[in-house]
Design a protein around this ligand. Structure first.
Ligand code: V47
Length: 367
């Protein structure tokens, strides 16, 4: 049977035609894809889009994660990281500790520092600008990708300024771009049930679009595998697609697999390989205007992330080191991965391994 026949027999002949013609899929198409278990049909179509956009290029970055504090007033039910002030596991780093973390790794070819924290009840705005400036003092050339859209909205509140002006101040202090966290699932039903205090989904999108208008690129995520419906996943992807039509500032989409351990939702079981691959494939097919789909090995494991490279993903994120958020929620992956391992995973998937910087400029092609 030819692949076309195979896809037709899976009931997706009409979707294949759209994919081949580069036409946008509808939300109904997306729901049908999510409801299918024909993972090879999904993967084949997603891989077509991936190859069209990125060829065999598969990216990774040499990065360092710093979670400056886990003290948080939102206390989302799916999160094992955030803690109330005074909790025995709550922590906050002073500027010197953060600088030392950067100093400790000056001998490594790190190009990006990824820094997020909780919504802290009383750190002043100056703490955040000092963090950015302090990191740049120690490592002037590093790109700082920091503070989710949720944190940015909080910082604007602290600065008592509109989001746009706040972003200009943060940029001045050294902010290079914004990571994709805090998006969770935009649907108000999900936010009400899992993270009622968090910035609403529509406001998350507004912050992202404002960042784009101020010349800052951002990423986007979706936390899947808990209580969300397929329609809510698609609603989330569609909202991102519409925002990207307007501003074109999103770089990558990263589906985040829910890890239940030590959370208030620990009754839910971990995602399966099928759902992990479906989220990669469906997001690649729906987000036709996103340049990159990331298979975040920390959450789905290096082996599934490697296979995801044939199901729509073209990026494996990075070396990471000291990942805390997923590990507090029971991740069994390593807390760091060597660049040689990433290169091996990519090459054995038959792709070209490219070390990139945050903005996807090539640093080194690993032939
Ligand atoms: O915002 C919280 C999620 C996010 C859990 O932009 C959880 O390139 C799974 O956004 N199980 C932080 N996920 C991580 C993140 C990220 C990671 C890597 C790269 C990029 C990027 C962004 O993790 C949070 C939240 O959505 N999260 N708790 C959990 N139990």
């Amino acid at each position: 049977m030819t692949m076309k026949k195979f896809i037709e027999s899976a009931g997706f002949g009409d979707i294949l035609e759209k994919v081949e013609a580069g036409e946008r899929l509808s939300c109904d198409d997306g729901i049908r894809l999510y409801n299918s278990n024909d993972i090879l049909a999904l993967g084949y179509m997603a891989n077509m889009v991936r190859n069209r956009l990125n060829g065999d290029n598969t990216y990774f970055i040499y990065n360092q994660h710093i979670n400056y504090s886990n003290i948080c007033t939102n206390l989302c039910k799916f999160c094992a990281f955030g803690k109330e002030k005074g909790h025995e596991k709550a922590y906050e780093m002073d500027l010197e500790t953060v600088k030392q973390k950067v100093r400790d790794r000056l001998d490594e070819p790190i190009t990006e520092i990824h820094m997020v924290g909780g919504i802290h009840p009383d750190l002043p705005f100056s703490y955040y600008t000092d963090l950015l400036r302090g990191i740049k003092e120690v490592r002037p050339d590093v790109h700082i990708q920091a503070f989710t859209c949720v944190e940015i909205a909080h910082l604007a509140g602290l600065a008592d300024k509109p989001v746009g002006e706040t972003l200009e101040i943060l940029k001045e202090a050294g902010l290079g771009s914004i990571p994709g966290g805090g998006a969770e699932v935009f649907a108000p039903r999900i936010r009400e049930l899992t993270c009622e205090k968090k910035l609403p989904g529509k406001d998350w999108i507004e912050v992202a679009k404002t960042a784009h208008r101020h010349g800052l690129h951002t990423n986007a995520t979706m936390l899947y595998g808990h209580i969300e419906t397929m329609a809510e996943r698609i609603e989330h992807l569609d909202a991102l697609r519409l925002a990207q039509d307007e501003t074109k500032g999103f770089l990558a989409f990263i589906p985040l697999a829910f890890h239940p351990k030590n959370t208030e939702m620990s009754n839910i079981s971990r995602t399966t390989g099928m759902d992990d691959l479906k989220n990669i494939a469906v997001s690649r097919l729906m987000l036709d205007n996103f340049p990159h789909i990331k298979a975040y090995w920390v959450m789905i494991g290096p082996k599934v992330a490697q296979i995801a490279l044939s199901f729509g993903a073209d990026d494996m994120d990075g070396t990471v080191k000291e990942e805390v958020i997923t590990h507090m929620a029971g991740a069994e992956t390593e807390q760091a991965i060597g660049s040689t391992t990433l290169v091996k995973l990519i090459k054995e998937a038959g792709r070209i391994a490219i070390e990139r910087d945050t903005l996807y400029e090539t640093i080194q092609v690993h032939e």
